[in-house]
Write a protein that binds this ligand. Structure first.
Ligand SMILES: [Zn+2]
Length: 252
Protein backbone atom coordinates (compact mmCIF):
# COMPACT_ATOMS: atom_id res chain seq x y z
CA UNK A 1 0.00 0.00 0.00
CA UNK A 2 2.76 2.46 0.95
CA UNK A 3 4.68 1.39 -2.17
CA UNK A 4 1.62 2.22 -4.26
CA UNK A 5 1.17 5.61 -2.61
CA UNK A 6 4.84 6.55 -2.99
CA UNK A 7 5.03 5.47 -6.65
CA UNK A 8 1.91 7.46 -7.58
CA UNK A 9 -0.42 4.47 -8.10
CA UNK A 10 -3.95 5.82 -7.63
CA UNK A 11 -5.77 2.49 -7.95
CA UNK A 12 -4.32 -0.69 -6.45
CA UNK A 13 -6.07 -3.89 -7.47
CA UNK A 14 -5.31 -7.11 -5.64
CA UNK A 15 -5.86 -10.14 -7.85
CA UNK A 16 -4.74 -13.23 -5.95
CA UNK A 17 -5.25 -16.56 -7.69
CA UNK A 18 -8.50 -18.28 -6.84
CA UNK A 19 -7.79 -21.58 -5.05
CA UNK A 20 -7.53 -24.29 -7.68
CA UNK A 21 -10.46 -26.63 -8.15
CA UNK A 22 -9.89 -29.75 -6.01
CA UNK A 23 -9.74 -31.97 -9.11
CA UNK A 24 -6.90 -29.85 -10.49
CA UNK A 25 -5.03 -29.41 -7.24
CA UNK A 26 -4.83 -33.16 -6.78
CA UNK A 27 -3.54 -34.04 -10.24
CA UNK A 28 -1.29 -31.19 -11.34
CA UNK A 29 2.29 -31.50 -10.12
CA UNK A 30 3.31 -28.47 -8.04
CA UNK A 31 -0.28 -27.18 -7.94
CA UNK A 32 -0.11 -26.17 -4.28
CA UNK A 33 2.29 -23.37 -5.27
CA UNK A 34 0.03 -21.92 -7.96
CA UNK A 35 -2.77 -20.45 -5.84
CA UNK A 36 -3.71 -19.79 -2.24
CA UNK A 37 -5.11 -22.76 -0.30
CA UNK A 38 -8.93 -22.92 -0.39
CA UNK A 39 -9.21 -22.12 3.32
CA UNK A 40 -7.45 -18.76 2.86
CA UNK A 41 -9.93 -17.15 0.48
CA UNK A 42 -12.10 -15.47 3.19
CA UNK A 43 -8.92 -14.24 4.90
CA UNK A 44 -7.69 -12.77 1.60
CA UNK A 45 -10.94 -10.86 1.12
CA UNK A 46 -10.82 -9.63 4.74
CA UNK A 47 -7.18 -8.50 4.34
CA UNK A 48 -7.94 -6.55 1.17
CA UNK A 49 -10.96 -4.94 2.81
CA UNK A 50 -8.71 -3.85 5.66
CA UNK A 51 -6.13 -2.56 3.17
CA UNK A 52 -8.85 -0.50 1.54
CA UNK A 53 -9.28 1.45 4.79
CA UNK A 54 -5.56 2.27 4.88
CA UNK A 55 -5.71 3.07 1.17
CA UNK A 56 -8.43 5.61 1.88
CA UNK A 57 -6.08 7.43 4.26
CA UNK A 58 -3.21 7.38 1.72
CA UNK A 59 -5.32 8.35 -1.28
CA UNK A 60 -5.08 4.94 -2.96
CA UNK A 61 -8.27 3.27 -4.20
CA UNK A 62 -8.08 -0.44 -3.37
CA UNK A 63 -9.87 -3.08 -5.40
CA UNK A 64 -10.45 -6.67 -4.42
CA UNK A 65 -10.08 -8.79 -7.50
CA UNK A 66 -9.36 -12.39 -8.26
CA UNK A 67 -7.54 -14.21 -11.05
CA UNK A 68 -9.06 -17.46 -12.20
CA UNK A 69 -7.41 -20.19 -14.26
CA UNK A 70 -9.73 -20.88 -17.15
CA UNK A 71 -9.32 -24.65 -17.17
CA UNK A 72 -12.39 -26.34 -18.68
CA UNK A 73 -12.68 -28.90 -15.88
CA UNK A 74 -12.52 -26.14 -13.24
CA UNK A 75 -15.15 -23.74 -14.59
CA UNK A 76 -17.96 -25.05 -12.39
CA UNK A 77 -15.74 -24.58 -9.35
CA UNK A 78 -15.05 -21.00 -10.51
CA UNK A 79 -18.75 -20.30 -11.03
CA UNK A 80 -19.51 -21.53 -7.52
CA UNK A 81 -16.82 -19.37 -5.92
CA UNK A 82 -17.98 -16.31 -7.84
CA UNK A 83 -21.52 -16.81 -6.59
CA UNK A 84 -20.31 -17.05 -2.98
CA UNK A 85 -17.96 -14.05 -2.95
CA UNK A 86 -18.14 -10.63 -4.52
CA UNK A 87 -15.12 -9.12 -6.20
CA UNK A 88 -14.39 -5.82 -7.89
CA UNK A 89 -12.91 -7.49 -10.93
CA UNK A 90 -12.43 -11.01 -12.20
CA UNK A 91 -9.40 -11.76 -14.33
CA UNK A 92 -9.35 -14.85 -16.49
CA UNK A 93 -6.09 -16.44 -17.48
CA UNK A 94 -4.57 -19.48 -19.11
CA UNK A 95 -1.62 -21.00 -17.28
CA UNK A 96 -2.22 -24.62 -18.24
CA UNK A 97 -2.16 -26.54 -21.49
CA UNK A 98 -3.85 -29.76 -20.46
CA UNK A 99 -2.09 -30.40 -17.13
CA UNK A 100 1.14 -28.63 -18.07
CA UNK A 101 1.82 -25.34 -16.26
CA UNK A 102 3.75 -23.93 -19.22
CA UNK A 103 4.74 -20.70 -17.46
CA UNK A 104 6.32 -22.42 -14.46
CA UNK A 105 10.14 -22.11 -14.72
CA UNK A 106 10.38 -25.58 -13.14
CA UNK A 107 8.30 -27.14 -15.98
CA UNK A 108 10.21 -25.73 -18.93
CA UNK A 109 11.15 -29.20 -20.15
CA UNK A 110 7.56 -29.41 -21.51
CA UNK A 111 8.46 -27.07 -24.38
CA UNK A 112 10.48 -29.88 -25.96
CA UNK A 113 7.20 -31.69 -26.70
CA UNK A 114 5.81 -28.88 -28.85
CA UNK A 115 6.45 -27.15 -32.15
CA UNK A 116 6.20 -23.45 -31.32
CA UNK A 117 3.53 -22.75 -33.98
CA UNK A 118 1.29 -25.50 -32.61
CA UNK A 119 1.84 -24.40 -29.05
CA UNK A 120 0.90 -20.82 -29.87
CA UNK A 121 -2.18 -21.93 -31.77
CA UNK A 122 -3.32 -24.17 -28.94
CA UNK A 123 -2.68 -21.48 -26.34
CA UNK A 124 -4.68 -18.85 -28.24
CA UNK A 125 -7.50 -21.35 -28.73
CA UNK A 126 -7.64 -21.75 -24.94
CA UNK A 127 -7.70 -17.97 -24.38
CA UNK A 128 -10.55 -17.54 -26.87
CA UNK A 129 -12.48 -20.35 -25.16
CA UNK A 130 -11.85 -18.70 -21.78
CA UNK A 131 -13.24 -15.36 -23.00
CA UNK A 132 -16.36 -17.12 -24.22
CA UNK A 133 -17.17 -18.62 -20.80
CA UNK A 134 -18.68 -15.27 -19.77
CA UNK A 135 -17.01 -15.55 -16.36
CA UNK A 136 -14.38 -12.88 -16.75
CA UNK A 137 -14.26 -9.09 -16.93
CA UNK A 138 -10.71 -9.01 -18.22
CA UNK A 139 -8.30 -11.51 -19.76
CA UNK A 140 -4.90 -11.33 -18.08
CA UNK A 141 -1.52 -11.52 -19.83
CA UNK A 142 -3.15 -12.72 -23.06
CA UNK A 143 0.08 -13.79 -24.77
CA UNK A 144 1.72 -15.45 -21.75
CA UNK A 145 2.83 -18.28 -24.07
CA UNK A 146 5.80 -16.07 -25.06
CA UNK A 147 7.06 -15.80 -21.46
CA UNK A 148 10.28 -17.76 -22.01
CA UNK A 149 10.92 -16.28 -25.44
CA UNK A 150 9.39 -19.14 -27.44
CA UNK A 151 8.04 -17.45 -30.57
CA UNK A 152 6.16 -18.98 -33.50
CA UNK A 153 7.88 -19.38 -36.86
CA UNK A 154 4.75 -18.51 -38.82
CA UNK A 155 2.78 -15.24 -38.89
CA UNK A 156 0.73 -14.30 -35.83
CA UNK A 157 -1.73 -11.99 -37.56
CA UNK A 158 -4.61 -14.47 -37.76
CA UNK A 159 -4.15 -15.61 -34.16
CA UNK A 160 -4.20 -12.02 -32.99
CA UNK A 161 -7.21 -11.08 -35.05
CA UNK A 162 -9.20 -14.12 -33.89
CA UNK A 163 -8.45 -13.32 -30.26
CA UNK A 164 -9.24 -9.62 -30.69
CA UNK A 165 -12.55 -10.41 -32.39
CA UNK A 166 -13.46 -12.92 -29.66
CA UNK A 167 -12.78 -10.43 -26.86
CA UNK A 168 -14.75 -7.74 -28.67
CA UNK A 169 -17.68 -10.09 -29.28
CA UNK A 170 -17.80 -11.29 -25.66
CA UNK A 171 -17.32 -7.84 -24.12
CA UNK A 172 -14.14 -8.84 -22.28
CA UNK A 173 -11.36 -6.30 -21.74
CA UNK A 174 -7.66 -6.97 -22.06
CA UNK A 175 -5.06 -6.39 -19.37
CA UNK A 176 -1.86 -4.63 -20.32
CA UNK A 177 0.40 -6.43 -17.90
CA UNK A 178 3.92 -5.14 -17.30
CA UNK A 179 5.30 -8.38 -15.82
CA UNK A 180 6.46 -9.49 -19.28
CA UNK A 181 9.07 -6.70 -19.18
CA UNK A 182 10.68 -8.56 -16.27
CA UNK A 183 10.55 -11.99 -17.95
CA UNK A 184 12.76 -13.55 -20.66
CA UNK A 185 10.37 -12.33 -23.41
CA UNK A 186 11.22 -8.75 -22.32
CA UNK A 187 8.03 -7.13 -23.53
CA UNK A 188 4.59 -6.23 -22.25
CA UNK A 189 1.73 -8.69 -22.33
CA UNK A 190 0.29 -8.19 -24.91
CA UNK A 191 3.03 -7.26 -27.38
CA UNK A 192 2.58 -4.20 -29.57
CA UNK A 193 1.15 -5.94 -32.67
CA UNK A 194 -1.45 -7.76 -30.60
CA UNK A 195 -2.30 -4.62 -28.64
CA UNK A 196 -2.88 -2.79 -31.92
CA UNK A 197 -5.16 -5.60 -33.17
CA UNK A 198 -7.10 -5.41 -29.89
CA UNK A 199 -7.49 -1.64 -30.15
CA UNK A 200 -8.58 -1.91 -33.80
CA UNK A 201 -11.24 -4.45 -32.77
CA UNK A 202 -12.54 -2.09 -30.06
CA UNK A 203 -11.42 -4.16 -27.06
CA UNK A 204 -11.01 -1.92 -23.97
CA UNK A 205 -7.87 -2.22 -21.84
CA UNK A 206 -6.81 -2.15 -18.20
CA UNK A 207 -3.28 -1.73 -16.80
CA UNK A 208 -1.68 -3.98 -14.18
CA UNK A 209 1.83 -4.55 -12.92
CA UNK A 210 1.13 -8.14 -11.76
CA UNK A 211 3.29 -7.22 -8.76
CA UNK A 212 4.36 -10.12 -6.61
CA UNK A 213 6.35 -7.82 -4.29
CA UNK A 214 5.92 -4.21 -3.08
CA UNK A 215 8.87 -3.03 -5.23
CA UNK A 216 7.02 -4.16 -8.35
CA UNK A 217 3.86 -2.14 -7.65
CA UNK A 218 3.38 0.28 -10.52
CA UNK A 219 6.50 -1.04 -12.30
CA UNK A 220 6.44 -0.45 -16.04
CA UNK A 221 3.34 1.78 -15.90
CA UNK A 222 5.03 4.37 -18.12
CA UNK A 223 5.85 1.74 -20.76
CA UNK A 224 2.29 0.42 -20.62
CA UNK A 225 0.89 3.90 -21.11
CA UNK A 226 3.16 4.57 -24.10
CA UNK A 227 2.28 1.23 -25.68
CA UNK A 228 -1.42 1.95 -25.25
CA UNK A 229 -1.13 5.36 -26.86
CA UNK A 230 0.91 3.96 -29.74
CA UNK A 231 -1.71 1.25 -30.29
CA UNK A 232 -4.44 3.89 -30.49
CA UNK A 233 -5.98 3.79 -26.99
CA UNK A 234 -7.12 7.04 -25.40
CA UNK A 235 -8.57 5.58 -22.19
CA UNK A 236 -8.44 2.51 -19.95
CA UNK A 237 -11.02 0.84 -17.73
CA UNK A 238 -11.05 0.52 -13.95
CA UNK A 239 -13.43 -2.06 -12.50
CA UNK A 240 -15.24 -1.68 -9.19
CA UNK A 241 -18.01 -4.06 -8.21
CA UNK A 242 -17.49 -5.62 -11.67
CA UNK A 243 -18.65 -2.38 -13.33
CA UNK A 244 -16.20 -0.58 -15.58
CA UNK A 245 -15.47 3.10 -15.56
CA UNK A 246 -13.33 4.81 -18.14
CA UNK A 247 -10.25 6.79 -17.21
CA UNK A 248 -8.55 9.01 -19.79
CA UNK A 249 -5.03 7.98 -20.66
CA UNK A 250 -3.83 11.44 -19.63
CA UNK A 251 -5.17 10.85 -16.13
CA UNK A 252 -3.10 7.74 -15.40
ZN1 LIG B 1 -1.58 -15.13 -14.20
Amino acid sequence: MRAAASSGVAVLGFTEHLPLAPELASRIPGAQGYAMPAAELPEYIADVTQAAALGGELGVEVLCGIEIDAVPVALEHARGELSRHSFDLVLGSVHFIDDWAFDDPDRREGYADWKSDELWERYFTEVVAAARTGLFDVMAHVDLVKKFGVWPDGPTRDLYRTLADALAATDVAVEVNTAGLRKPCRELYPGQDLLRALCDAGVPATIGSDAHAPAEVGAGAGEAREALIEAGYRSVLVFRGRKAREVGIDDI
